[in-house]
Unconditional design. Structure first.
Length: 185
């Protein structure tokens, strides 16, 4: 298996089409509306190949967020995981773990990233890799993924998904409030 780290804007049509097929196969209940991402274009991707076959991918959103905004806040630089998936016939063989390990290696190679972060309903794979879960009231921009319009900012305590993070700088995470300064992934 080979992993490639690519800026999203450099992805060609062949790879984009393969990603679309992968997303449809891995998230059969979702409609991606012909896109190779769910809500918003990511900044980077890590793509897993076996020979010429694209078998998995992890998209990266790099964003400043505001942690504990009601306690004067702290701007934190976040490397976020989006749309992690492995083609169904190759799941359970370590590819997802390898993608996450590469993601962490890339983040740790920078002195600019404070936290790895993601939102998941199935956090086991992340907990196995040392991610912790956090209880948060979050503010985010509501994007309608079909119409591609926004409906303003929501602020809520989310209970039907897990927020997972990993500290990779000297900044420490605190439960409380998080302003995502953008859409929820
Ligand atoms: C979740 C997923 C990316 C994991 O990739 P993978 O290559 O199958 O994972 P690995 O082989 O590295 O296994 C790592 C862990 O993933 C979890 N896992 C494995 N297969 C899984 C599956 N089908 N669904 C959910 N979690 C799974 C297990 O916790 C596993 O740990 P374990 O082997 O100690 O039990 C992959 O199964 C997938 O694409 N699922 C469908 C899409 C999805 O749910 N993406 C995650 C969105 S947050």
């Amino acid at each position: 298996m080979n992993l490639e780290f690519v800026p999203d804007f450099q992805i060609n049509k062949t790879t984009s089409d393969a990603i679309k097929g992968l997303l449809s196969a891995c998230f059969p209940d979702e409609d991606f509306h012909g896109r190779d991402y769910f809500k918003q274009v990511p900044h980077h991707r890590i793509i897993a190949y076996e020979a010429d076959r694209l078998v998995g991918q992890l998209s990266i959103d790099n964003r400043v967020m505001n942690l504990n905004v009601n306690l004067n806040g702290q701007a934190v630089n976040v490397f976020g995981v989006i749309d992690l998936c492995v083609t169904p016939d190759r799941q359970g063989m370590g590819i997802g773990t390898a993608l996450l390990q590469e993601f962490e290696t890339i983040a740790r190679g920078s002195s600019r990233i404070d936290f790895l972060f993601l939102v998941s309903k199935t956090p086991l794979i992340y907990k196995n890799l040392g991610y912790k879960t956090t209880t948060l009231q979050v503010s985010w921009m509501k994007i309608h993924e079909v119409k591609q319009v926004n409906y303003g900012v929501a602020t809520e305590q989310i209970s039907d998904a897990f927020f997972c993070y990993k500290e990779i700088s000297d900044k420490r995470w605190k439960d409380g409030e998080l302003d995502l300064l953008g859409y929820m992934y």
